[in-house]
Design a protein around this ligand. Structure first.
Ligand code: SAJ
Length: 427
C-alpha cells in the first residue's frame, strides 16, 4: 500500500522509516519545512539509535520522501503531539489530531484506512471519525450507520522506549483498536507488514485506555519508589538497600527512585485518565503529585548540601530525563541543575556528555559545562542526577574526596556507609 505518515517526530519518523523499509512507498508529512528538508537530504533532526542509517537508506531508495503537503494514500498514520493545556486542569489538547484529520480529509477516498497512533484521551478516535464525517459526507464512516463503511478507522498506540525505538517498533506486541471489528482487521493487515510482535485486536476506546494505563502504571510504581526514598530519608535508612532486599521476594519488584519523573509520556498521560474520571483517579493523581514532589525534595536537599559546603565547586552530573539518551525536554535533572545554577552561579559545573552546550536557561547564570574528568578534579560536591553509564563506572577512588548526593543510587558504596563523606544523603 501507499502510506502517508502525518507528524515526523520521535514516533512518526522512525515509524515512517520502518514502514518504508518493509517495501511500502511512504510520504511523511510535517508542518516544519526544516524537518522536511532535513529528511529529504537523507538526514535526521532527532537522535535515536540507528535511525540515521535507516532514514538515509530509505530516502536514497526513494521509498520515503517528506513533504509539507498531505498526499493521497491507502493508509494514513497519524503521529502528532497530544499535549495537555497549561490551564491548571490538565485538559487534553487534541487539536493536532483534529488538524491532521482536517488535512487528510481533502485526499481521503473509498477503501482507505486511517490509523491514530498518538497517545490520546479515550474518545479521540471517535472525535477523529466525527471530524472526517463532517468534512466528507460523501464517504460512509464506520460506526455511524449500518452497513459496510467506505473507510476504516482504528487506534493503534505505539509503546516504544526512547533509545530502543527501532527494535521495539518491530518486536513489541501491539493493541489495535478498531471503531468496528472490520476496521481492526484492516489495520491489523497493515501492521502485519512490519511488526513481528503479536498484534491483538480490540475496540478503539479500549486501545486508547490501554495506552494511558500502561504509562500510569509505571508512574504509580515509580511514585512508590520515590515515596519510599523520602520515607527512608526521614528514617535515616538507605532506600537502595531496602529495595534491593525487598526485591528478593518473588512477588515484589520495586522500581528505582530518582530525582522525579521526566519525558513526554509518563508525566503527561496519567493526566488524561484523571481528566476523564477525576473522582475515581485517586492513586493515579497522587502518584503524579508524589513524583513532582520528589523533584522539589531533591532540589531542597541539594541546596542544603551546597550551602553546607561554602565556596566549594559543585558538579551536577546529568541533564537528560533518563540514562544514556540526549533528550533534555521535561527533565527533572535539568530543572534541578538550572535552579542550582541560578542560586549558586559560577560554583555550579554541569557534566552532560550528551550535550554540546548548556540549555538556554543556564545563560548568564555563570554555570559551565565541563567534562567528567574536570568535574572530578575540581568539584568538592557531586550531585548525581542521571544514571548515565559513563557516571556509573567512576570508581570510588576518583570521588572519595567529594561530598556525594547520589539521587539515582549508581554508587552503592557512597550511600551504604562505605563512603567517607562528611555529609551523606541517600535519596
Ligand atoms: N524512572 C525512574 N525510576 C525507574 C524508571 C524510570 O525514576 O525505575 C524515570 C526515568 O528516569 C524518566 C521517567 O521515569 O525520568 C520515564 O522513563 P521511562 O524509561 O520509564 O519511560 P519513557 O518515558 O522513556 O517511555 C515510556 C515507556 N512506557 C512504559 O514503560 C510503560 C514506553 O514504553 C512508552 O512507549 C513511552 O513512555 C511512550 O511513548 O508513551
Amino acid at each position: 500500500p501507499e502510506v502517508c505518515v502525518i507528524g515526523l517526530g520521535y514516533i512518526g519518523l522512525p515509524t515512517a522509516a520502518v514502514i518504508a523499509r518493509s517495501g511500502c512507498r511512504v510520504t511523511g508529512v510535517d508542518v516544519s519545512q526544516h524537518v522536511v528538508d532535513t529528511i529529504n537530504r537523507g538526514e535526521i533532526h532527532i537522535e535515536e539509535v540507528d535511525l540515521d542509517g535507516l532514514v538515509r537508506g530509505v530516502v536514497q531508495r526513494g521509498t520515503l520522501r517528506a513533504s509539507t503537503e498531505i498526499a493521497p494514500a491507502d493508509v494514513f498514520v497519524i503521529a502528532v503531539p497530544t499535549p495537555f493545556e497549561k490551564d491548571g486542569n490538565h485538559t487534553p489538547d487534541i487539536s493536532y489530531v483534529i488538524a491532521a484529520a482536517t488535512s487528510l480529509a481533502t485526499v481521503l477516498k473509498k477503501g482507505d484506512c486511517v490509523i491514530l497512533e498518538s497517545t490520546s484521551p479515550v474518545g479521540t478516535t471517535d472525535a477523529l471519525r466525527d471530524r472526517l464525517a463532517a468534512l466528507r459526507p460523501d464517504l460512509a464512516m464506520p460506526g455511524l450507520a449500518p452497513g459496510l463503511p467506505d473507510v476504516s478507522i482504528a487506534y493503534c498506540p505505539e509503546r516504544v522506549l526512547p533509545g530502543r525505538i527501532l527494535e521495539e517498533l518491530t518486536n513489541n506486541d501491539r493493541s489495535i483498536g478498531g471503531i468496528t471489528p472490520r476496521c481492526a482487521r484492516k489495520a491489523l493487515a497493515f501492521y502485519k507488514l512490519f511488526v513481528r510482535g503479536t498484534c491483538v485486536t480490540t475496540d478503539a476506546k479500549s486501545a486508547e485506555m490501554t495506552k494511558l494505563v500502561e504509562n500510569a502504571y509505571r508512574d504509580v510504581n515509580i511514585a512508590f519508589a520515590n515515596e519510599l526514598s523520602m520515607i527512608a530519608d526521614r528514617m535515616g535508612l538507605d532506600v537502595w538497600e531496602v529495595i534491593r532486599l525487598a526485591n528478593r521476594h518473588p512477588r515484589v519488584n520495586i522500581l528505582q527512585p530518582g530525582p522525579g519523573v521526566g519525558g513526554h509520556c509518563i508525566a503527561v498521560d496519567p493526566w488524561f485518565i484523571v481528566h476523564g474520571a477525576p473522582e475515581e483517579s485517586q492513586v493515579i493523581r497522587t502518584a503524579r503529585a508524589v513524583n513532582d514532589a520528589k523533584m522539589h525534595h531533591v532540589l531542597a536537599r541539594a541546596t542544603a548540601l551546597v550551602e553546607a559546603n561554602p565556596h566549594v565547586p559543585v558538579a551536577c552530573l546529568g541533564l537528560a530525563f533518563k540514562a544514556n539518551i540526549d533528550d533534555f525536554r521535561e527533565s527533572p535533572a535539568r530543572f534541578i541543575a538550572a535552579s542550582l545554577a541560578r542560586k549558586f552561579a559560577d560554583r555550579v559545573r554541569v557534566v552532560e556528555p550528551y550535550a554540546q552546550q548548556l540549555p538556554i536557561e543556564f545563560t548568564e547564570t555563570g554555570a559551565t559545562l565541563v567534562d567528567i574528568d574536570t568535574a572530578l578534579e575540581t568539584c568538592g560536591v557531586l550531585i548525581v542526577l542521571v544514571d548515565h553509564d559513563v557516571f556509573r563506572v567512576i570508581p570510588i577512588e576518583e570521588r572519595s574526596d567529594a561530598v556525594v548526593y547520589d539521587t539515582r543510587g549508581i554508587w552503592p558504596d557512597a550511600v551504604s556507609g562505605v563512603a567517607q563523606t562528611p555529609l551523606r544523603l541517600a535519596s
